[in-house]
Design a protein around this ligand. Sequence first.
Ligand code: OTU
Length: 655
Amino acid sequence: VSKSPEQADVASLSAGQTHLADEARTRLGVLEGEAFLARLAGVQSDLVEALHVLYGDAADVEALAATLVRAALEATASRGEALAVLDRRREVDPTWFLAEDRIGYVCYVDRFAGDLQGLLRHLDHLEALGVRYLHLMPLLRPREGENDGGYAVADYEQVDPRLGTMTDLAAVTAAAHERDIAICTDLVLNHTAREHRWAQAALSGDPTYRRFYRFFPDRGGPEGPDAYERTLSEVFPDFAPGSFSHLPETDEWVWTTFHDYQWDLDWSNPEVFQAMFGVMCQLANQGVDVLRLDAVPFLWKRLGTDGQNQPEAHRILQALKALVRLARPGVVLKAEAIVGPDQLVPYLGAHDVYRPECDLAYDNQLMVMLWSSLATRDARLATQALQRRTPAPDGTGWVTYARCHDDIGWAVADEDARAVGLDPHAHRAFLAAFYAGRHSGSFARGIDFQVNEVTGDARTSGSCASLAGLETALDEGDEQQITAALRRIETLYSVVYSFGGLPLVYMGDELGLLNDQGWAKEESHAADNRWLHRPRMDWEAVGRRHVQRTVEQRCFDAFRALGAARRSLPALRSDAATTVVPVSNPHLLVYVRRHRRSLPLVALVNFSDHAQVVDLHDLPVDGPLRHVHSTSGDLGQAHGQVHLPPWGFAWAEAP
Ligand code: OTU
């Protein structure tokens, strides 16, 4: 019987393992050594298969796999006792990050607390909100000047000195772990800053590092920039047009999907893979629990495609996942892929055959549907789009959110828009106009981001509160409008907390922080209006949350109550099943969450300025509902109906 090359490599990797087995037992002790070897047995075929697809032509896969496994062993051996304990706990409870009490928060370290030491002094604020997962925005040393909010990394081995040191990071993760808060940090895989030592070595002609990036002598030729750009789409058409940049030093072109100072790595080079796995191990061993893998759709390039979601990009993630499972089984990978749902679910491992890949992925579609429903006062598009989705595979989950540090791209699928009688292009244009406040009757105060002159598409910047109408209402001093805006924020987040996924609160949303009007004053930010919604934390506003009837108190307490309710019910776990239920009232989004450890939970959401009635006959339930949490504190249940206030929501247990 002849073996496929993959099988042959797995076999010889195993043969070389008598040696490895001894080494593992010596390095880790008998119990940990056996655990490592058992994990290796579980991941090695995934690893070898992926490496074959990626590097079978270019490298000796067996040797490469052996080197990577040794690096994983090294990481296991050096992780420290506290992290070894965490790994063990999470091996026993592998869905720890999907539990009902995992509520997330995301902030820039400097904007939230000055630096990493400062962060240690502000953990109480997070604790009060019920936070058990903290995403710290990019914190490795970026290039000087413009650095895309830290997404242009000049050194993966150093923390941004303005924020602290690797030792400070380890102190933050240790302090967070004491409070059962998991720490997430960014890992930018697709590109480095042009100031990174790899890029600088490449620029000075070092052949090893020239192979880390993609250089072109000119724009022409069958595989030159012009040929690629025929099908690539632009991410930043406004301030960084095209996907290649000219280098005056060497008079050649380099691949730059994002800004000209962010050089795309060439992942078809196995040395890039090895180097990045080293970076992962280092971060994991500072106690980082979750790695947010930035811009993963772009990792593999192919002529004649849009350069996103290539099968090899998935293989890279599968190989990295296999190695992380081996080295630090308690560490979770989160995919940042802002792509359509059909392209997105595969990042959670859902291929024809399930292959472990990322554990979490951002639910961009839910976010867009929430804002769309808010603008139109109509939930039919959301119902249509959300009910036909493929669920996340077992053991994985979504990250749900209303706002993040990026703009909102109006990703409404043509098919969904048409199914509810909307013109897709017109609806996307309406949403951009509405949220930029260009539509009469709009409550929103955002601004356009990256208007694409060719397609006419526009995206939107703005904080949750300003987009939800709080800024307008406060300016007008209209108490009724202030209440409406606060309800919109609460109701949006009620979905974020309950739809199915790890909810992420974007810093400031819990206090209704408005747009940062001074965003353009910082020179390195002036070209990028996403800084409109990246304010500094307002600690006076935090103080006002203790003062009755302030905006901050009303907002913060609403978030707290959502958290408390979520923690009380397994049906609100991130991995409980979600079913969207179409109902006759167009203003309502209705969904049911089911988990074997509790009764089904019905969520009712009213996207209208007026009170609405829900008919129990419309719902898949057999009797009266039991109130769990809601805007008004009760269901107003009478004569087989439930009453929802304007912009209100209700959660109820169903018999
Ligand atoms: C990410 O976003 C980050 O979130 C951005 O802040 C960075 O600028 C960017 O990467 C470059 O590092 O295009 O508009 O499918 O959509 O990676 C945001 C993923 C982006 C991309 C996403 C990117």
